[in-house]
Ligand binder design. Structure first.
Ligand SMILES: NC(=O)c1ccc[n+]([C@@H]2O[C@H](COP(=O)([O-])OP(=O)(O)OC[C@H]3O[C@@H](n4cnc5c(N)ncnc54)[C@H](O)[C@@H]3O)[C@@H](O)[C@H]2O)c1
Length: 265
């Protein structure tokens, strides 16, 4: 496993969940990894775990909505590893981004946009300044099914994710001549690390592949997009959702439920 040997990768929001799974897998693939999160203790724990398994990692505490902290993240990466080849923008407000639009105020909207869309913009552009002067690189954004189909109670979140998809395409055009690819992951129904089994079962019933997603399900696609195997891929998205986004009917109202599918011997 050495698809990312010699690469330096920054993964934002990698103190837990999808980001932690991507950072861990990147290190297994030979990358030097910057584990960064607004929760510094979590970032430290992930970096220590990577090192305990023989990988190379540092932890940096960063709030991606703060320009001074994003600049400090870039500097800390260059000080430690001398380059930035891959920037994975994964950090975002997810669990605390749920509020009915009639109960939310503009401060709530701004806080979600700041962590998600503004955070993506600042991390991407800060990395691009370095990459454009040093032969190129890869920027990976993290969208959601909410960019194209709405979640109840997640107006600000869905607006941020729609913005992230537009940002991904626009950055890909501006940065292509500098050998910088900009691509997106679209996760769907990925269970949090601490999800109770009954929640996993409920989710599984709505997914064509019949199970809730795991954070690790994003790791392989994230390796592919960062690697030279994806050298001609830019401005597009990989949907990692077990088939949720393309299904027309929810299983609750399905006229031909999975239970009626043929049993094969
Ligand atoms: N889990 C899913 O089903 C799902 C579905 C679609 C999209 N996503 C996207 O995937 C990404 C990761 O989601 P997750 O499920 O692992 O969520 P999570 O809440 O487990 O992890 C998000 C991480 O981002 C960090 N974070 C939040 N705000 C930050 C900030 N301002 N600066 C730096 N770090 C910050 C958190 O501390 C946390 O460690 C998010 O962008 C999310 O929108 C997740």
């Amino acid at each position: 496993m050495s698809k990312l040997a010699g690469k330096v990768a920054v993964v934002t929001g990698s103190g837990r969940g999808i980001g932690a799974a991507i950072a861990t897998r990147y290190a297994q693939e030979g990358a030097k990894v910057v584990v960064t999160d607004i929760d510094g203790d979590n970032a430290n724990a992930v970096a220590e775990r990577i090192k305990a398994h023989g990988g190379e990692a540092i932890a940096v505490t960063t709030d991606v909505s703060r320009k001074d902290q994003v600049d400090a993240l870039i500097q800390a990466t260059l000080d430690a590893f001398g380059a930035i080849n891959v920037m994975v923008c994964n950090a975002g407000k997810v669990r605390d981004a749920v509020k009915h639009v009639l109960e939310a105020d503009v401060e709530f909207f701004d806080s979600v946009i700041a962590a998600n869309l503004r955070g993506h913009y600042m991390c991407s552009v800060a990395a691009a300044h370095h990459m454009a002067r040093n032969g190129g690189g890869v920027i990976i954004t993290t969208s959601s099914g909410g960019a194209t189909r709405a979640h109840r109670g997640m107006t600000a979140y869905d607006a941020s994710k729609g913005g992230i998809e537009a940002l991904t395409r626009a950055l890909a055009l501006d940065l292509a001549p500098y050998n910088i690819r900009v691509v997106g992951l679209v996760p769907g129904l990925i269970a949090p690390d601490d999800a109770p089994p009954e929640a996993l079962g409920k989710t599984a019933a709505t997914v064509p592949l019949q199970r809730a997603g795991k954070s690790e399900d994003l790791a392989g696609p994230a390796v592919f997009l960062a690697s030279d195997d994806a050298a001609y891929v830019t401005g597009s998205f990989v949907v990692v959702d077990g088939g949720v986004l393309f299904q027309q009917r929810s299983p609750e109202i399905e006229t031909f439920p999975v239970t009626n599918f043929p049993t094969l011997s």
